[in-house]
Structure formats: structure tokens, C-alpha cells
Design a protein around this ligand. Structure first.
Ligand SMILES: [Zn+2]
Length: 93
């Protein structure tokens, strides 16, 4: 192929960035991150929070006004078994 027509870099499936070989069943994210450190996945031509994408892949879609939280002691774990979905509290209530 001539230069410039190679496929875009984001061809690896986001699930391939999971390293599930950590101790204690934690899964480590080996892909990119947002500036604030949250794992970043490329899905449907968009950058999304990887923990949300992984939760929706393994379980079900996340309702509106809910967020994925990590319930284990590894801050950036991406094992869906170590996640929970909580409602986002509204400040004015
Ligand atoms: Zn974990």
C-alpha cells in the first residue's frame, strides 16, 4: 500500500487491551487513558470510558444517570466482576 492509506491505528478491539493475568483476579487496562487517568476505549468510532464499555459488553447497558464504580482495592481495575453500577446523585436534592 502507498503511504497514507494504511488502516487507522484503532483497529485492535478494545477488549484486547485487558490484561487478565493480574493477581487476585484484577484486570489491568493496557490501552490508552483519558487525561484524568480513566481507561479509554475506542468503540463505534468514539472514545469512551473503558469500564463502561466493558460493563456493557459483559452485563447490560448502563441506565441513564448511572455510573460504573470500581468496588475492589485496585483503583483502575477493569474486571466487570469488580464493578458496580450506581446512580449518579443529583446535587440539588
Ligand atoms: Zn479488581
Amino acid at each position: 500500500m502507498p503511504p497514507g492509506v494504511y488502516p487507522r491505528k484503532h483497529t485492535r478491539h478494545y477488549l484486547s487491551y485487558i490484561d487478565a493475568t493480574c493477581e487476585n483476579g484484577h484486570w489491568e487496562w493496557t490501552g490508552g487513558r483519558f487525561k484524568d487517568g480513566r481507561p479509554r476505549a475506542y468503540l463505534n468510532h468514539k472514545n469512551v470510558i473503558a469500564t463502561r464499555a466493558i460493563w456493557e459488553h459483559y452485563y447490560s447497558s448502563i441506565p441513564e444517570n448511572h455510573m460504573v464504580v470500581i468496588t475492589c482495592d485496585k483503583r483502575d481495575c477493569v474486571n466487570p466482576a469488580h464493578m458496580a453500577v450506581w446512580p449518579i446523585k443529583k446535587e440539588s436534592q
